[in-house]
Design a protein around this ligand. Structure first.
Ligand code: ADP
Ligand code: MG
Length: 301
């Protein structure tokens, strides 16, 4: 097969591992910098070009779109879909997962356990908004943050009000969430491929830090998840429409609650913690599922 990986940096661990895994299985693989692609969207024969070359003949595309370039990155994925190329995760699903509020609303509608979460815009209702999620301590999150940036723990009501007002002053979209204290600074990353959790790790924030992100100094190790956590992760990925997803779960007093569903989950942490060949499993999934014209949405929506 000819596989394209949309990635801006071939030196990244995840990109390197996917290239290796594809080559080991005898595939031709190419890393494509999606920001350098340009497209003919009006033609009846959609095309994608890079540095004067027409990109063609790909059997599958693996999108690894960074959060800062979701807009253009998903446009490139959509164009591949229009050309009938199988994309591991589709553009609509990627956009959906990048918007935390939209994701949480979709998951909630399908009965997935979530931390109690509030969202508001106008400046007068801070007080009631905080009551809605049970009062301080609360977690306040920017809607499009990643790697723990833009996630603040407000331990007192005063602190919560100040943070909410500061975010409002910046005209940023944010949500206010019940602080799941009993998770003790740890969360569980379930790596889903197709209908299966193929690997899971627990991430523990560094001493004194409630955010477990590896980028914030957290550490990861292998964990055995419960059947309830497993089905929560698989259902969440399915609801988002993602074939490959990193589903982040907190262990709360009211069962597993989903914090977010990531459409380009990193491989370094999960392969390091579980010693599993997750990149190989992704390529195997593509071998089993990639067929021309098999994209569900054909770039619509
Ligand atoms: P990001 O997209 O920046 O990673 P997250 O929503 O995943 O943002 O939050 C970052 C980390 O903060 C999580 O991995 C988790 O450890 C912690 N966290 C987030 N929300 C809560 C919450 N409601 N209760 C307890 N801890 C939380
Ligand atoms: Mg996270």
């Amino acid at each position: 097969m000819k596989i394209g990986i949309l990635s801006r940096n071939r030196k990244l661990y995840s990109t390197k591992r996917l290239v290796e895994a594809a080559q080991e299985r005898g595939h031709e693989v190419r890393v494509i910098n999606h920001l350098r692609c340009y497209m003919n969207i009006a033609s009846f024969k959609p095309s994608i070009h890079l540095d004067g070359e027409l990109l063609s003949g790909f059997d599958a595309i693996i999108p690894r779109i960074g959060a800062s370039v979701t807009f253009y990155g998903t446009a490139v994925v959509r164009q591949f879909e229009m050309m009938g190329t199988f994309c591991l995760n589709e553009s609509v699903a990627i956009s959906r997962s990048r918007d935390k509020l939209r994701s949480l609303q979709l998951l909630s509608r399908k009965g997935i356990g979530l931390p109690v979460t509030g969202f508001a815009h106008s400046p007068d209702d801070t007080d009631d908004l905080l009551n809605l999620v049970g009062g301080a301590p609360v977690v306040v999150k920017l809607l499009e943050g990643t790697q723990g940036k833009g996630v603040v723990l407000a331990e007192t009501r005063n602190a919560a009000e100040s943070v909410v007002e500061a975010f409002r002053g910046l005209n940023a979209n944010f949500l206010v969430q019940e602080f799941v204290k009993e998770a003790k600074g740890a969360d569980i990353r379930c790596f889903v491929i197709g209908e299966k959790v193929v690997a899971a790790m627990i991430r523990q924030g560094k001493e004194g830090e409630f955010r477990s992100n590896i980028h914030r100094g957290g550490s990861a190790k292998l964990i055995k998840i419960t059947p309830e956590e497993r089905s929560t992760a698989v259902r969440s990925a399915r609801i988002m429409g993602l074939n490959v997803a990193g589903v982040d779960i907190l262990r709360s007093n009211h069962g597993p609650v989903v914090m977010e569903v990531n459409s380009s989950p990193g491989l370094e942490g999960i392969e390091g913690a579980t010693k599993k060949d997750v990149a190989g499993m992704i390529i195997e999934y593509i071998e089993r599922h990639a067929k021309a014209g098999k994209t569900k949405t054909k770039g619509s929506g």
